[in-house]
Design a protein around this ligand. Structure first.
Ligand code: ADP
Ligand code: MG
Length: 702
């Protein structure tokens, strides 16, 4: 149950004075209240940060106040000049002066009684607003603030400015925020004293005060300790919730996977190469996880071509040594077949049974595979999402590996996980998700990285060329093929339409065929599985030397002696995709080339993308640039499902605090797993405050 201390923050904004259904509706729009139509709460206003300030500290005197400047003036009221009766379109004017000069205050459609009350003749008044020089005379139209000397202190010299929505007046909003702030209770401190001290952070309530009552524009800056404090609190709530979930799932498992190493040794001996240092390191980390009673949740990041597959295979071999089954899930059928083809012969050396399960295995064949999974006769299963359909049952699924994870939603991962009793989980990705994103989305997932490419790899030369040079490029390809090289030719990605993508691939195939004869192949997503296999196989073993393809080959396809990739309409592809595509070459010991063909004129973003591709092969840098160009949600594939956003924290500006919050959350739970100490109690309040309280239900003493 939510502590009653927080009740004022969870009351409807209607409880604030002067807020009726209309303003409440406008606030709901502004604050994006969920579910739509729900009334916003007082707390939503308290945690609405101003986006800027109006600085009213400039007090130059009337004569020295520049045109257009926001100034505050202390003036004596001389006379009122009301609109002539019946001519309300002529403004009401009030004249005033200070030591430097005279000013006319202008009011349209003014209420005379109110003006006489606020600006009495002979009184000294403080006004603040925008200066306008009209025909050489200083004026101010509708001052933003009018206060008599006694109330001068109430005039905000640095005034916070909040985001607005049509129909909502800034004054009404500012007043509502002010009143909301008075309802914010003092809360027990949940941050450890040394952290507060080290970063000079104020208390939670003090931080809110500073945010809404700035005395200096710097007070609302992202790097001000007040804002840092609030960002830290928000991160901490998120990290603590994730850590609680993790603590719970880890407890569920509790199975140690011990292996004798025999199988792994056999597989390693059968490899035509030796493992890289980072492959060895990753395998070590994974196996050490598998040996633990805790459940593994590990991300294996490695750029395209860094050799993740064999790392996954050795993990599965370990699981088999321990007597359990493993599943390797990939996003496409082509990739499933390729993985199966690489893995099966190696695993079979150790006497393991490997099977393939996609939408294509049907009838008797499918029944046999399902039976093998049920009985445990099959040790390793490779497949697409078919792996987690209802009919599929496992004898003892202990390890799930998801390859190229950005293609799968969280939901699908959970489904597959539900097939075992909390199996260990390894997620392999070539899209280096920046650590901050991993953190906010998955919490404390362990990460292994393949930082080196297998020995002997040569850099890929990337060139950017206009479509106009097509015939010249075709000539070059013919020469390259005659020299024995292999070429991928990727056809344009046509917006949203698989059909037109297909047409363009077929057209390209037809137009190249007369020039290259039988040595040209075609593969696209509308082919049936056998046709695709045949086309890939013909290219792999050299019967065809130029393969026209749609993006079906984007992920994971491995033909080590392909050395050229041509990408048509490269300007239509995203960075991550271009990087994936380019990664199809440069896998052997020969130098490789990537030709990015574009159709001008290029937009700014497209130009930036192509330039980055030419500059670097570093997948991490490409991912970071991609993030900048596309935004965070899309990279994680969570835009639709809506990653819980942050109100105050900015992943970019407060990265350092995210890291501290992560460590802190973890530390707290090792000391106080049920949040029962004094600090634990305070942290529970924090979870409620930022609406992360679902996690509290995971506690035994919830
Ligand atoms: P990715 O990380 O993109 O999934 P793969 O696992 O498909 O990469 O491996 C890419 C290619 O590199 C494959 O042909 C694989 O056999 C080869 N390979 C993997 N590890 C090594 C290594 N240590 N030395 C040489 N070649 C390797
Ligand atoms: Mg791969």
């Amino acid at each position: 149950m939510r502590p009653s201390l927080l009740d004022p923050l969870f009351a409807s904004v209607r409880s604030l004075s002067g807020i009726g259904p209309k303003v409440s509706g406008l606030l709901a729009t502004l604050l994006g209240t969920q579910p739509p139509g729900a009334e916003p709460r007082v707390g939503n206003l308290v945690y609405l940060p101003p986006h800027s300030v109006i600085d009213r500290r400039n007090r130059p005197g009337i004569a020295y106040a520049p045109e257009g400047a926001i100034v505050t003036l202390e003036v004596r009221i001389d006379r009122h000049q009301p609109s002539p009766s019946g001519r309300s379109n002529v403004p009401y004017r009030v004249y005033a002066h200070d030591d430097t000069g005279e000013i006319g205050l202008t009011f349209f459609h003014a209420k005379q009684a109110w003006l006489e009350r606020s600006l009495p003749i002979g009184e000294t008044i403080i006004i603040s607003g925008k200066m306008e020089w009209f025909n050489g005379r200083p004026t101010m139209v509708h001052p933003d603030h009018i206060a008599n000397i006694a109330d001068a202190a109430s005039l905000p010299l640095v005034e916070p400015v909040y985001p607005l929505t049509a129909g909502l007046s800034p004054k009404v909003l500012a007043r509502a925020v002010d009143e909301a702030l008075t309802k914010a209770p003092a809360l027990p401190e949940w941050i450890d004293a040394p952290v507060l001290e080290k970063y000079g952070l104020p208390s939670h309530r003090q931080a809110l005060q500073t945010l809404h009552n700035p005395h200096d524009p710097q007070d609302i800056a992202l790097d001000n300790p007040a804002r840092q404090r609030l960002a830290y609190d928000e991160f901490l709530a998120g990290q603590l919730a994730l850590a609680l979930v993790r603590q719970k799932t880890r407890r569920l498992s509790g199975r140690k996977l011990e292996g004798n190493g025999n199988l792994k040794a056999k597989i390693i001996a059968a490899l035509p190469y030796s493992l890289t240092k980072s492959q060895e390191q990753a395998i070590k980390e994974i196996i050490s996880d598998l040996r633990q009673p805790d459940r593994m949740l590990r991300l294996l990041q490695g750029d395209v071509g860094s050799g993740k597959t064999v790392v996954g295979l050795l993990a599965m071999a370990h699981a088999a040594e321990a007597g359990g089954q493993s599943a390797l899930m990939v996003p496409t059928e082509v990739l499933a077949r390729q993985h199966f083809a690489t893995i099966a012969p190696l695993a079979e050396r150790g006497g393991l049974r490997v099977a393939l399960l996609t939408g294509r295995e049907k009838g008797r064949e499918r029944e046999e595979i399902l039976a093998g999974l049920r009985s445990g006769a099959i040790h390793i299963i490779v497949g697409t999402h078919a792996l987690f359909q209802e009919k599929v049952e496992y004898h003892d699924l202990v390890l799930v590996i998801v390859d190229e994870q950005h293609r799968f939603g969280v939901h699908q991962r959970l489904l597959l996980t539900s097939k075992g009793t909390a199996p260990d989980m390894l997620v392999m990705t070539a899209t280096p998700i920046p650590r901050t994103l991993v953190l906010t989305a998955f919490g404390d997932m362990d990460v292994s990285k393949l930082t080196e490419k297998p020995a002997g790899r040569r850099p890929i030369a990337t060139a950017i060329l206009p479509m106009e040079r097509l015939s010249e490029i075709v000539d070059r390809m013919r020469i390259a093929i005659n020299e024995g090289q292999k070429v991928y030719w990727i056809c344009p990605l046509v917006e949203e339409s698989e059909v037109s993508e297909l047409i363009s691939a077929e057209e390209r195939y037809e137009s190249l065929k007369p020039l290259l004869g039988a040595r040209i192949g075609l593969v696209h997503g509308r082919m049936n599985g056998q046709e695709k296999d045949a086309a890939m196989l013909a290219f792999k073993n050299g019967e065809t030397r130029l393969l026209v393809a749609t993006t079906v080959i984007e992920v994971g396809v491995d033909v080590p002696d392909a050395t050229i990739i041509v990408i048509e309409h490269a300007e239509r592809f995203g960075l991550a995709q271009l990087h994936q595509l380019r990664g199809r070459v440069g896998r052997g010991d020969k130098p490789s080339t990537c030709l990015l063909l574009y159709k001008g004129p290029l937009g700014e973003v497209a130009q930036a993308r192509l330039k980055i591709m030419r500059e670097t092969e570093d997948g991490f840098r490409i991912a970071e640039e991609d993030l900048k160009l596309r935004g965070e949600g899309e990279l994680l594939g969570t835009r639709q499902s809506g990653t819980p956003g942050f109100r105050l924290a900015s992943i970019e500006a407060h990265q350092e605090f995210l890291e501290i919050a992560r460590k802190d959350a973890r530390y707290v739970l090792t000391r106080d797993p049920e949040l029962q100490t004094k600090r634990g109690e305070a942290l529970r309040i924090l979870l409620y405050l930022f609406e992360r309280d679902e996690a509290i239900r995971l506690l035994r003493a919830g």
